[in-house]
Every structure is written in structure tokens, then in C-alpha cells.
Design a protein around this ligand. Structure first.
Ligand SMILES: Nc1ncnc2c1ncn2[C@@H]1O[C@H](COP(=O)(O)OP(=O)(O)OP(=O)(O)O)[C@@H](O)[C@H]1O
Ligand SMILES: [Mg+2]
Length: 263
């Protein structure tokens, strides 16, 4: 189900299958994101959304199928006609180009905000600390938290922690940003500030795949919406069409429920 193909593809997921334990969790997933596109991924709990993001980010290896980011196959390399799994070192090098933001922020609790943001650029990319810090200050400014550089995560609200987590991901200059329900753990009054940061990021042309339960947000920000159900993409297309007039019965049922009981 490749999309319009008007721009170069940043993400290509082709016939991906994945077991977790004895569960067959992904059952032939196809998905694509053009450069600069925002793809919103929705669907009921257990559909496989997080697993798909984790495969794109090479946190999990797909059992079958192919994933590429910016034209490069993720997690495996081809020799002759066969694909071989990459070493953990090669995989982590690929992962450095993909930013991931989790539901629970996952900041390093024992590090200041500044150290959280500069740790990977310095350690993984070998950036000069002064350069990394300068860039961190710009990023803090972008997420509206310039004054928090020396704070520790425990002194920040959930919304602030999530904005720092976004700044931390951006510090690696990612080609692609993946968000896994970035606002689900937040008190309702803190959701807006995080969604605003994500929106401003979309406006910069960042390619993003966002797992979200916020249907209204997905309508506003998504170029493409994909609804997953039981390990497959039930429906995928222009966000406004899919979210306003879904045709697949599984997508219709999910969206009817999501709009009736927003969480
Ligand atoms: N570590 C694991 N071992 C075995 N099964 C797992 C594991 N993690 C997840 N699963 C199963 O994989 C399926 C898909 O899980 P996944 O977390 O990808 O769903 P999801 O769509 O992200 O759901 P949610 O909206 O609740 O986050 C579920 O049936 C889940 O029980
Ligand atoms: Mg999930």
C-alpha cells in the first residue's frame, strides 16, 4: 500500500511479520512515509503499533519483510542474494539517525536536562561538548524550556519532561522521528503543550510517524493516517479521508469508539 510516491520515500515497510513470544503480532505490514510527511498510526490496544515502531527503529528485528529508512535497509544487510542480520554495533549506528520518543519520557533521572540532551551527541557522535551544549540551548529554546537546562527530570512536570525528551531526540539530528503515544501518560492539561511542540516540528519538514490516540490531533497534523488492527494495516490513506470517512469496517469500529470515548 505505497502512497502517492510524489516525494522520495523516507520510510518503507514491506510485508513485515513479527512474533513476540508465541504471539504473531505483525502479519504482513506495509507502510510508507515520504520525506517530510507526518504519518499518524492509530488502532486498538494490542494491534501492534508499538511493535511496528520498534521494528522501524531496530529495537526489534522483524522476522520477515523489509524496512528501510532513507533508502538504507534497517537491521540487515545484503550479501549476494541473502540478507544477514547486522551486528548490534551496526544497528546502533543506524538507530542514531532515528529519534524515538516514548510514552513515559525515559529521561535519565540522574542527569540534568543539559546532560540528558548532550549525552548522546557527545558519546555517540563524538561532538565537542561546547558545540553540543550550544545546540542543546537552541533546542531548549525551541521547546520553550530555556530556563530548565540545569534542572533534573524529577523537578519537571510530565509535559516538560516530554518536551525535553523531544529536544534530546532532536539533538542527534535525526532523519526521522518516531513517537509512541507521546501524550498518553500526561494529565489532560499538559497534553496541549506537547502537541504544540510536535506540530512545530512538523512545520520544519521533519518526517514523523506518530502513534496516537488523539484523533483530532491526527486530523490536524497527519498527512497520512493508518489504522492498525490485529497486526495489519486495516486502512491507510490521506489523514482527513481515513479519519473522517473510514471505509474498512475495523477502522470504522475503532474510530467510532475512539471518538465516543476519548481518553
Ligand atoms: N514482550 C512481549 N512478549 C510477548 N508478547 C508481547 C510482548 N510485547 C507485546 N506483546 C504482544 O504483542 C501484541 C502487540 O503489542 P503492541 O505493544 O505492539 O501493541 P500496541 O498496538 O502498541 O498496543 P497499545 O495501544 O496498548 O500500546 C499484543 O498482543 C501484546 O500482548
Ligand atoms: Mg503501544
Amino acid at each position: 500500500m505505497l502512497l502517492s510516491r510524489s516525494g522520495p520515500l523516507m520510510v518503507r515497510v514491506v510485508d513485515v511479520w513479527k512474533y513476540r513470544g508465541d504471539n504473531l503480532v505483525l502479519k504482513g505490514v506495509d507502510l510508507a512515509a515520504e520525506q517530510g510527511q507526518v504519518v499518524c498510526l492509530l488502532g486498538p490496544s494490542g494491534a501492534g503499533k508499538s511493535t511496528l515502531l520498534r521494528c522501524i527503529n531496530a529495537l526489534e528485528a522483524a522476522d520477515r519483510g523489509l524496512i528501510s529508512v532513507d533508502g538504507v535497509t534497517i537491521g540487515s544487510k545484503k550479501r549476494g542474494d541473502a540478507y544477514y542480520r547486522m551486528t548490534e554495533r551496526e544497528v546502533s549506528r543506524q538507530r542514531a539517525d532515528i529519534g524515538m520518543v516514548f510514552q513515559n519520557f525515559n529521561l535519565f533521572p540522574h542527569m540534568s536536562v543539559m546532560d540528558n540532551i548532550t549525552d548522546a551527541p557527545i558519546r555517540v557522535r563524538g561532538e565537542k561538548p561546547s558545540v553540543a551544549r550550544e545546540r542543546a540551548r537552541d533546542l531548549l529554546d525551541r521547546v520553550g524550556l530555556s530556563e530548565k537546562a540545569d534542572s533534573f527530570p524529577r523537578h519537571l512536570s510530565g509535559g516538560q519532561q516530554q518536551r525535553i525528551a523531544i529536544a534530546r531526540a532532536l539533538a542527534m539530528n535525526p532523519k526521522l522521528m518516531l513517537f509512541d503515544e507521546p501524550t498518553s501518560a500526561l494529565d489532560p492539561h499538559l497534553v496541549g503543550e506537547v502537541l504544540e511542540v510536535i506540530k512545530s516540528l512538523a512545520a520544519t519538514g521533519m518526517t514523523m510517524i506518530i502513534v496516537t490516540h488523539e484523533v483530532q490531533f491526527a486530523r490536524e497534523i497527519g498527512d497520512v493516517a493508518a489504522v492498525m488492527s490485529d497486526g495489519v494495516i486495516a486502512e491507510c490513506g490521506p489523514a482527513k479521508e481515513v479519519l473522517n470517512r473510514p471505509t474498512d469496517p475495523r477502522a470504522r469500529a475503532f474510530l467510532a469508539r475512539a471518538l465516543r470515548d476519548p481518553d
